[in-house]
Design a protein. Structure first.
Lengths: 139, 406
């Protein structure tokens, strides 16, 4: 599936929820199901420093695809990264670079997108794109 | 006895819904809300007599100057400073600390010692680190115990004739501990060290008497005590203020300027370069009037009631840990806590959706969080306009968050 198709699918899933509580419960579930990052990749380099919770994102290139793994010490943050990973992992670097992130707004997480928000969602997206940029330059 | 409903009516912001729920504002440690009289003072200044001060000969300038200096006088009275000119307007606590740290750069030499406490806010750590880096002085730290109380016997061991400066907060922003500053000042004085007390968290709860404390410097911010943001005050003993060099150059702080030499203005203007926050200073005075009209004794008694009630209710929740002293006599109306196995950020985000505003994170006091080996805490800080009903709403919200997150 393309990044756009995956994003549409995520938007579809979230449209079933009536209120924030259901959305957050779903994000918490996603957080719990996120495959954990390998401990060796929980390095300073891979850390995204938000004010409030720690986030690690690791990327490697497998074939022509970029594969992301991540973790966070806060479960909501973890759920949000799980959504990002679902959208961007296992895709070509160039596609990741070109993808937009409007779906975050559409699934009702716009408030988390504010650059002043302390959870670092903007920084996570930036980090994902930076990895893609690096791999793309190498290719 | 305070009529809380009447007091709440003074604060227009409290009467609103957030995320569809009535706002419960328990982030008073970060900043307090503003009563209508303070908001009116701001509007009145800009609507009626906005002008630059200390310079103009015209009527508006005179009105603004009088109001600004009157505010300084109110602050002097409030803190019981000996003279008006011992009160320096600053942009807030942080600027006051930096002003003194910069002044001491010319006075300290290698191997002199500066003592801070383990309970400090970053703004009362970093300027001293910078000072030490610049002068070669050493930074020593008064340790604390698991209850968040500073160890006074360890403090006494740190003191020597090398100690030039002791800095400590009056009340800890992270844990709410009321520190034994009387003892700290007395012991520092015995070795001839100057003392700076950071009163940012204390001034909303109590009324310090700088002469009785015999403190050299006391700094605070208006915005935590019902005043506007961007303004604060530094109290300094006259002799110290005369001795210290100004750290900002500019207009207002000079007596004469030639390209060869500038002589500085007298106190307090020597430390007040540039056009100050005139409106903020005036409204700070209004805030002090308001706080005194409510009455600090009333505030202390009522906040104690809230603290006791909230502590009791919180302790009924499963898996909770409250950080800091269990002796409520040694604590302001601030509760820092966590739930076992749950990140404070998650709790804060969910209860925000339920209308509850608390602070989560390290509260700009990372050394405290490192001490407890936690990423942060949830901090509920109460003001005299909060109610027990609001505490009940927070407890319900916390239960819901716990249910969702575990």
């Amino acid at each position: 599936m393309t990044i756009q198709e995956i994003q549409d699918e995520i938007v579809d899933e979230f449209s079933m929820f009536d209120d924030w509580m259901q959305r957050y419960e779903y994000i918490i579930d996603l957080g719990k199901s996120l495959p954990l990052i390998d401990e060796q990749y929980k390095t300073e380099d891979n850390i995204i420093k938000g004010c409030q919770s720690k986030v690690w994102v690791h990327a490697e290139q497998i074939g022509d695809k970029v594969v992301f793994t991540a973790d966070s010490d806060a479960i909501l943050t973890k759920g949000i990264i799980a959504i990002l990973i679902r959208a961007f992992s296992n895709q070509k670097a160039v596609d990741i670079l070109e993808a937009n992130t409007d779906f975050i707004d559409e699934i009702g997480l716009k408030e988390h997108l504010s650059p002043t928000r302390a959870n670092g969602l903007v920084s996570m997206i930036k980090k994902i794109k930076m990895y893609a940029l690096a791999f793309n330059a190498k290719n | 006895m305070l009529d809380i409903q009447k007091i709440r009516a003074d604060f227009p912001i409290l009467n609103q819904k957030v995320n569809g729920k009535p706002l419960v504002y328990f982030d008073n440690g970060a900043t307090s809300q503003k009563p209508q009289v303070v908001i009116d003072a701001i509007v009145d200044y800009y609507s009626r007599y906005n002008a630059n001060i200390h310079r103009g000969v015209h009527t508006l300038s005179q009105l603004a100057t009088d109001a600004y200096e009157q505010a300084r006088h109110k602050i002097q009275q409030h803190f019981n400073a000996k003279h008006d000119y011992e009160i320096i307007f600053t942009s807030g606590t942080t600027e006051g600390i930096n002003l003194i740290a910069n002044g001491f750069a010319a006075l300290l030499k290698k191997d002199d010692e500066v003592i801070v406490s383990a309970l400090e806010h970053h703004s009362n750590i970093v300027p001293w680190q910078m000072l030490c880096e610049h002068t070669g002085a050493k930074l020593l730290v008064i340790p604390m115990n698991y209850d968040g109380e500073l160890l006074m016997d360890e403090y006494e061991k740190l003191l020597s004739d090398k100690t030039k400066l002791v800095v400590c907060n009056h009340i800890s922003n992270g844990l709410g501990t009321i520190n034994p500053i009387e003892f700290i000042i007395e012991k520092a004085n015995q070795v001839g060290a100057a003392v700076l007390i950071d009163g940012a968290q204390a001034c909303p709860h109590l009324k310090p008497d700088v002469q009785k404390l015999d403190v050299d410097f006391y700094v605070t911010s208006a915005h935590k005590m019902c005043g506007p943001t961007g303004v604060g005050m530094l109290y300094g003993k006259e002799a110290w203020l005369r001795k210290l060099q100004p750290y900002k150059g500019g207009g207002e702080m000079i007596a004469t300027v030639t390209f060869e030499k500038t002589t500085y203005a007298d106190l307090p203007h020597k430390f007040e370069a540039g056009t100050p926050n005139i409106c903020g200073g005036i409204a700070f005075g209004t805030a002090i009037d308001y706080m005194n009209a409510v009455g600090y004794d009333n505030i202390a008694a009522y906040e104690r009631e809230l603290l006791e009630y909230a502590t009791k209710k919180l302790l009924e929740l499963e898996g909770i840990e409250i950080y800091g002293t269990k002796d409520l006599n040694k604590k302001a109306s601030v509760i820092s806590f966590n739930f076992k196995g749950i990140h404070p950020y998650d709790v804060g985000t969910i209860i925000d959706k339920l209308g509850i505003a608390v602070r989560t994170g390290h509260h700009c006091a990372q050394p405290i969080m490192d001490f407890y080996k936690i990423p942060g805490t949830i901090r509920a800080s109460f003001a005299f306009y909060n109610t027990k009903e609001e505490i009940d709403l927070m407890i319900e919200a916390l239960k819901k968050a716990q249910m969702m997150l575990s």
